[in-house]
Design a binder for this molecule. Structure first.
Ligand SMILES: *Cc1c(COP(=O)(O)O)cnc(C)c1O
Length: 366
């Protein structure tokens, strides 16, 4: 029921299948192995297979390629839009055509619906058209951002997601479920089964599958896992208890909080900001440090984390250091975002005082 609900939420037509996994990385391994088997590429061709991604694709794609034996596959970093960091579909098309002419095998395009760095969503519908035209497998990494599709604020950005071949989405991220619950959906479910089911189960297991229905295969025929956690109930129970509305509202709240945080910082003209948040990630840096800007921002993060009341991270955009806020806890509300703003202001104030003092100190010394 959980898998069917997730598949329908993303608009997949009848016939999809899925599996509840330990998380996004495991889902990606399943999806990419299914792509490999469905495209019928063999080991001798792996070094000619090309995977298309962007500079901010999640590194679980690298790990998955290694795990499924495709370490040698060619990686192409498709250029992104200058300000939004989204995959440039036009460039994708050009690179694929070039690769085809060079006797390579365009194999898989790795699109992201909610990048970890920025929460940006690649142009899924355009990418889907290109993937179809060139017979590429299209995988969408919606691990972080997928369930934002439930919020009307974000839904339009997901247009075309239902055309992908496989999707990884983590209930343990944007559905607020405890860690250890991911999900993979494959548009043509028979392909997931083809990649994972054995024709002959072990003799000792012959009784287990006697009553298996064609339309409802055992989860162990749709994954490399056999014995497993009962993940379904972790998702099913909260949805049943609370219904969908509170989840939808909480997701909309996170988007609005991210926009609020962005706008508040934009009013202070001494901050440099990343793109306007499409989902719930904002990256920013204090840009007016008289001395070493990067060092100041590193210290700012360190100081915020030491305080312990907020948790942020950092990232780099085209080499430049930024602090990164991802608002994705159901307990984070306006009060916490205001607290963060207050803490940032306080740190900047202390810093400015300390640098304005320094010249005087040195004068005294001399
Ligand atoms: C977190 C994340 C992953 C990896 O998921 P895990 O559940 O941590 O394995 C993959 N892609 C994106 C975009 C993510 O944010």
């Amino acid at each position: 029921m959980v898998i069917n609900w997730i598949g329908r939420t993303f608009g997949f037509p009848e016939g999809f299948a899925g599996n509840l996994t330990s998380g996004g990385s495991a889902s990606t391994i399943l999806a990419l192995a299914t792509a490999r088997d469905s495209k019928n590429v063999k080991a001798v061709d792996f070094s000619r297979c090309v995977v298309y991604m962007t500079q901010i694709s999640h590194y679980c794609v690298e790990k998955a390629l290694n795990t499924i034996g495709m370490r040698e596959a060619v990686r192409r970093t498709v250029p992104t839009d200058k300000s939004t960091y989204k995959m440039n579909a036009e460039e994708l098309k050009i690179i694929i055509e070039k690769d085809k002419n060079n006797d390579l095998i365009p194999f898989l395009v790795y699109a992201t619906a909610g990048t970890t760095d920025l929460g940006s969503i690649d142009p899924l519908n355009e990418i889907a058209s290109i993937a179809r035209q060139h017979s590429l497998w299209m995988h969408v990494d919606a691990c972080y951002g997928g369930f934002f599709i439930m919020s009307n604020e974000a839904k339009p950005s997901f247009r075309g997601i239902e055309r992908c071949d496989s999707l990884a989405v983590d209930p343990h991220k944007s559905l607020f479920i405890p860690y250890g619950c991911g999900c993979v959906i494959v548009r043509q479910g028979s392909k997931l089964k083809y990649s994972n089911a054995l024709n002959r189960p072990a003799p000792y297991a012959q009784d287990s599958f006697k009553d298996e229905r064609e339309d409802e295969p055992s989860p162990c025929h749709l994954s490399f896992e056999l014995s497993r956690h009962f993940r379904g109930v972790r998702v099913w129970m909260p949805l049943k208890l609370f219904g969908l509305a509170p989840f939808r509202d909480a997701l909309t709240e996170k988007i609005l909080l991210a926009r609020y945080f962005y706008e508040q910082l934009a009013e202070r003209d001494d901050f440099q900001l990343g793109p306007y948040p499409e989902l719930s990630v904002v990256v920013f840096r204090y840009a007016k440090a008289p001395n070493d800007t990067e060092k100041f921002n590193e210290q700012l993060l360190d100081s915020l984390m030491r305080d312990g009341r907020v948790a942020l991270a950092s990232t780099r955009l085209r080499g430049v250091y930024y602090l990164r806020v991802c608002i994705l806890c159901f307990r984070t509300h306006l009060k916490e975002v205001d607290l963060l703003l207050e803490m940032v202001d306080k740190n900047v104030e202390i810093y400015l005082k300390s640098v304005s003092k320094k010249p005087r100190e040195s004068q005294q010394l001399s």
